[in-house]
Design a protein around this ligand. Structure first.
Ligand code: BV8
Length: 237
């Protein structure tokens, strides 16, 4: 059975990683234009570094752990007869830490830095600043977070489109369906005749496009859905 799963910030919410839109959302107190665009970085690199340094320190600080939803997807991927294509909008490493081997981070990764001089992408767990030295070319004032900002091309779109077109099921977990092209994946699935299942705490912008939409916490609903699939019952519930 070929399944494509797209995850968003909602799957990491129960691990203590703040989502973007909500009362204490990440965009509160920050203008997207200032901290999540190339223009914002060019204008004030230190402000952008501070925004990502704070998130990186929280992620690596020991208080953030994968939750049952991350673990259930790792279990699904390991099941015989299941071919799972996991694409995430999240820049945390919780899928990997839960045991998922292949994760496509379409919006990049918080624990990597990219050199604007030599193009190297390197693991990075500390604070980034203009004084950081590229370990590949030795330059300074050249490293940026290896994340996709607004206006930048997401990673792996062709692979994702191909995986959706040949899938038996497309599942979206924990995303508001606000940001494109990720928010269009459910439409790509519909065009290919692939049924869509949404698992989300609230109604999302794309909920009406799914064959089925389940309301609730990922930590509770994702393990239950995975058990349904593994028991061979119809995964449409
Ligand atoms: C691009 C990385 C060109 C950085 C992020 C007008 C119309 C259409 C599109 C556009 C437009 N104007 C501009 C655009 C393009 C733009 C865009 O979509 N803008 C939006 C605002 C309209 N997109 C881009 O610029 C993208 N690039 O378009 O390039 C292109 C396009 C196609 C082909 C080639 C080239 C790049 C966008 C990437 C930006 N980077 N993140 C970082 O992390 O700092 S975006 C960031 O927000 C996330 O990665 C994610 O993608 C996005 C949305 O976040 P969510 O994950 O959905 O989180 P959110 O808080 O919104 O929602 C959480 C959900 O979880 C809620 O629904 C909640 O109910 C639920 N939830 C909460 N708790 C739980 C839960 N669910 C279950 N259990 C729980 N416990």
């Amino acid at each position: 059975m070929r399944i494509v799963v797209l995850t968003g910030a909602g799957i990491s919410a129960e691990s203590g990683v703040p989502v973007f839109r909500g009362s204490d959302g990440l965009w509160e107190g920050h203008r997207v234009e200032d901290v999540a665009t190339p223009e914002g970085f060019a204008r004030d690199p230190q402000q952008v570094h501070a925004f990502y340094n704070g998130r990186r320190a929280k992620l690596t600080g020991g208080a953030v752990e994968p939750n049952d939803a991350h673990r259930a997807l790792a279990k699904l991927a390991a099941a015989p007869g299941v071919e799972l294509f996991l694409v995430t909008q999240n820049i945390d490493d919780l899928h990997e830490r839960a045991g998922s081997g292949e994760v496509l981070h379409m919006h990049g990764e918080l624990l990597k830095a990219r050199c604007q001089s030599c193009g190297a992408v390197v693991p990075w767990r500390e604070d980034l600043s203009r004084a950081s030295v590229c370990p590949a070319c030795g330059e300074i004032d050249c490293l940026r977070p290896h994340v996709v900002w607004f206006g930048e091309m997401p990673f792996g779109l062709d692979e994702t489109a191909a995986a959706i077109s040949r899938a038996d099921l497309f599942v979206s977990i924990g995303t508001s369906g606000r940001v494109y092209p990720a928010a269009a994946f459910v439409s790509w699935a519909r065009e290919a005749g692939v049924p869509g299942l949404e698992i989300n705490l609230d109604e999302s912008d794309g909920s009406s496009l799914f064959t089925e939409s389940r309301r609730g916490r990922a930590g509770e609903l994702v393990p239950r859905w995975v058990d349904e699939v593994l028991a061979g019952r119809k995964d449409q519930g």
